[in-house]
Design a protein around this ligand. Structure first.
Ligand code: FES
Length: 69
């Protein structure tokens, strides 16, 4: 049993660009940093309203990476 909240992969994190959680995760796994993810997806390049959500998600992905054996 996982205590992690269920994350919905096709949830749109950036409304301005329509960037989904799954796409951000895929770019992160390619080794892109937040700036590169922004350039590639268009996320964070509009109103900036998604900044907190994307930062939180990237932190969770980084933490997950560090917890892997
Ligand atoms: S919601 Fe991401 S830039 Fe506006």
């Amino acid at each position: 049993m996982s205590s992690q909240p269920t994350l919905i992969a096709d949830e749109v994190l950036c409304q301005c660009s329509g960037t989904t959680r799954a796409y951000i995760e895929a770019l992160f796994k390619q080794g892109l940093d937040v700036e590169a993810i922004s350039q590639r997806s268009g996320a964070l390049s509009g109103c900036g309203g998604c900044e907190w959500d994307i930062a939180q998600f990237l932190q969770a992905l980084i933490a997950q990476q560090h917890n892997q054996p």
